[in-house]
Structures are given as structure tokens and as C-alpha cells.
Ligand binder design. Structure first.
Ligand SMILES: CC(=O)[C@@H](O)[C@H](O)COP(=O)(O)O
Length: 259
């Protein structure tokens, strides 16, 4: 049976979305992306060359948009105006491409989202015709507001960007998942494959990560581990886990046992 992730009307087989920063070189970026079997790759438009500078190798040389869905993001933007401008520029560079990841950061220390500015930017971008996936706090009220504005996916943080601390508040994520009518993807803070599996077991529709793969000692191998973690978590979620109970029950049947 097919179990696809649908974002803005397009179906994806992979529920693991990856970033493109922090790799040794473009070759390693490509190898890790392929090991992750990721279809959506996010790109920090202010930091990574996708054609802004014709003298520098472009990420699109190794990850061509004909094979991958490039997801421009606004990493490094601290207000709505900069984020909107950055994504309009990305749309020009990518021939009218509409699917984007909005992130408006609050400060350099925490890289936490600035939610008031995120809401302003989301509203403007949706009106301007973008399909907006949005990095946000793990606050169910703000996630609902973003969905009501027309965002195509909400992406609450698991923990601070680049921290590798894993999922700090599974209960908040569960509240967001329970109410959401658009895909919910954990974005930021994943440290290892079990974090990805837990996010999926909670019912997330996908996971976006960068540092845990690019910063691993063996990024390609970690990319593979993350792919398997996401797949295992999704399977467990669909299979339906047993209820937790603080009592033992024998694993083998009691009826008809030998004397
Ligand atoms: C790549 C990207 O978009 C980051 O902003 C994202 O939040 C990933 O965070 P980690 O590096 O913690 O996975």
C-alpha cells in the first residue's frame, strides 16, 4: 500500500527532508542526500549559491531541480521583510518555484523562531502565491494560526537548531499533530536516528534535519541511519503501539500450559 507524504498537492515517497549546509563539499552533499533517499532538499538562499554568483559552483550542479525538489529557506533572516525579499529572489532564481520554507529567527543565540514576524511573513507570502512550509515554535496555538493563514505545512522545532538535543517536548508536538489538517514536520534539533523515529512514532508526517547528518563522523552512513529511523518510526506509528501500563503480563499464553 502506498503511504505518501503530500505537500501542496505533490506526493513524496520520502518523509525525510534534508538540509544542504555544513557538508565538506558538494560531492558529499550529494552522496548524503542520496543515502537519505531525500526528495526535498532545503537551501539557505542567503548562504548557498544556486546561481546568485555564476563564478562559484552551484548546489544545483549536484542536486538538479529536475531530480530533487529544492526548498529555498530564509535561514539568517530576522524579520519578515528580509524573509519575504529572500524568497522572492529565490522564486526568480528558480523560475517561478513556489514551495518555500519560511524561517524568521529571533536571535543568534537560540535561533528560536520570532513568531510575530513569522506570522506577518507567512500571511504576505501566502497572499503572494507561495506554498509556505513554516519553521515555528512548538506552540499549538501559533501552529494553528499559521495553518489558518494558509501555510501548507507546519514545522515545529524539536529543540534548538544545530543542538542535536532531540525532541524536548513530545506533548506539545502531539497537541499540534492532533489538531493539524496540514502536514506536521519536525524541523531542527534532531541528533540521531532514534530522535527521528520518535518524531514519526508521535505521528509527525516527516522530519527535516541538517546538522545531525552533515556533522556526523560519517555523514553518508548517518543519512542512511536517519532514513531507516524515519521509516521505522512511521511503520510503528501506522502499526499502532501497545498501550503503556505499569503492570506485567506474561508473553506466552497461560491457558493449556504443561504441568
Ligand atoms: C536546514 C534548515 O533548514 C535548518 O534551519 C533546520 O532547522 C535544521 O536544523 P538542524 O540542523 O538542527 O537539523
Amino acid at each position: 500500500m502506498s503511504d505518501v507524504l503530500t505537500i501542496a498537492g505533490k506526493a513524496y515517497q520520502s518523509r525525510l527532508l534534508v538540509g544542504s549546509g555544513k557538508y565538506k563539499d558538494l560531492q558529499q552533499t550529494r552522496e548524503a542526500t542520496d543515502a537519505a533517499e531525500a526528495e526535498i532538499i532545503t537551501v539557505a538562499i542567503r548562504r548557498v549559491n544556486i546561481g546568485q554568483d555564476p563564478k562559484v559552483p552551484s548546489l544545483l550542479d549536484v542536486l538538479p531541480p529536475s531530480q530533487y525538489t529544492i526548498l529555498p529557506n530564509t535561514a539568517g533572516c530576522y524579520n519578515a521583510r528580509d524573509a519575504i525579499y529572500t524568497l522572492q529572489m529565490a522564486r526568480e532564481l528558480l523560475n517561478g518555484h513556489k514551495l518555500v520554507k519560511l524561517e524568521v529567527l529571533g536571535d543568534e543565540k537560540t535561533l528560536f523562531p520570532n513568531m510575530p514576524e513569522t506570522l506577518v511573513a507567512a500571511e504576505e507570502l501566502v497572499k503572494d502565491g507561495f506554498d509556505v512550509m513554516v519553521y515555528c515554535s512548538d506552540d499549538p496555538i501559533q501552529a494553528r494560526m499559521l495553518e489558518d493563514l494558509g501555510c501548507v505545512a507546519v514545522m515545529p522545532l524539536a529543540s534548538l537548531i544545530g543542538s542535536g538535543m532531540g525532541i524536548l517536548n513530545p506533548w506539545n508536538l502531539s497537541l499540534i499533530i492532533e489538531q493539524a489538517k496540514v502536514p506536521v514536520l519536525v524541523d531542527a534539533g534532531v541528533g540521531t536516528a532514534s530522535d527521528a523515529a520518535i518524531a514519526m512514532e508521535l505521528g509527525c508526517d516527516g522530519v527535516l534535519m541538517n546538522t545531525a547528518i552533515a556533522g556526523a563522523q560519517d555523514p553518508v552512513r548517518m543519512a542512511r541511519a536517519m532514513k531507516l529511523g524515519v521509516q521505522a518510526g512511521r511503520e510503528a506509528y501506522l502499526a499502532g503501539r501497545i498501550a503503556r501500563k505499569f503492570a506485567a503480563s506474561p508473553s506466552s499464553p497461560m491457558a493449556g500450559r504443561l504441568a
